[in-house]
Design a protein around this ligand. Structure first.
Ligand code: FAD
Length: 168
């Protein structure tokens, strides 16, 4: 049986491990558009000011078992259920018998004037945290004034208290 999972985060990773246990002979392929192996997303705010080492985000429970074919930094762009294929953004085609979409969610930019401006960030992925860090003094861009956190869910509420004032 060929299992293909799109989305390499908590859900996709857990599914890969569960399939490995229930069908040790099955072929498991995991496709993730982020460049890194699965990481513990709730800790990304601590990347902004390096409060936690990057290694802390790669937790043991996210280690994949042997034999899972991993396509990192690749986005699934098309699914064709008639011939059971997934097309990746580099042109590769992957055959499946069973397909799981574990594509999670993405940050919503609310319809507010200015929300697409360069100094306005979302915080959902590792690279978002790095982009915010870049805006801090010592990063690659100029300071532009005080920062606001919009939305106090998991992401907004967990920002280290002193990590934003200099971002812009
Ligand atoms: C800062 C922060 C703090 C949080 N804190 C908590 C907490 O304390 N407790 C809690 O329960 N939850 C918390 N969460 C939420 C938690 O991280 C999510 O619920 C969890 O990550 C969901 O996992 P998932 O695998 O379903 O989806 P996601 O983590 O969203 O992962 C989906 C993956 O699929 C990838 N993907 C999407 N489309 C494609 C495609 N076409 N091809 C390839 N890959 C694709 C995405 O890039 C992503 O890597 C927090 C989230 C953030 C951002």
């Amino acid at each position: 049986m060929r299992y293909v999972i799109i989305g390499n985060s908590a859900a996709g990773n857990a599914a890969a491990r569960a399939i490995r246990t229930s069908d040790p002979g099955g072929e498991v392929t995991l496709i993730g558009d982020e460049a890194r192996p699965a990481y513990y997303r709730p800790l990304i705010p601590f990347l902004i000011d390096r409060e936690r080492p990057e290694a802390d985000l790669f937790r043991d429970e996210l280690h994949l078992p042997q034999g899972v074919a991993l396509h990192l930094g690749r986005r699934a762009t098309r699914i064709d259920p008639s011939d059971k294929t997934v097309l990746l953004d580099d042109g590769q085609q992957i055959l499946y018998d069973q397909l799981l979409l574990a594509t999670g969610s993405s940050a919503v930019r609310p319809p507010i004037v200015g929300v697409e401006d360069p100094g306005v960030f979302v915080l959902r992925q590792w690279d978002d945290a790095l982009a915010i860090r870049q805006r801090r003094p010592g990063g690659n861009e100029d300071r532009r004034g005080p920062a606001e956190t919009g939305g106090v869910g998991h992401a907004g509420g967990e920002l280290p208290a002193d990590s934003l004032p200099d971002v812009g």
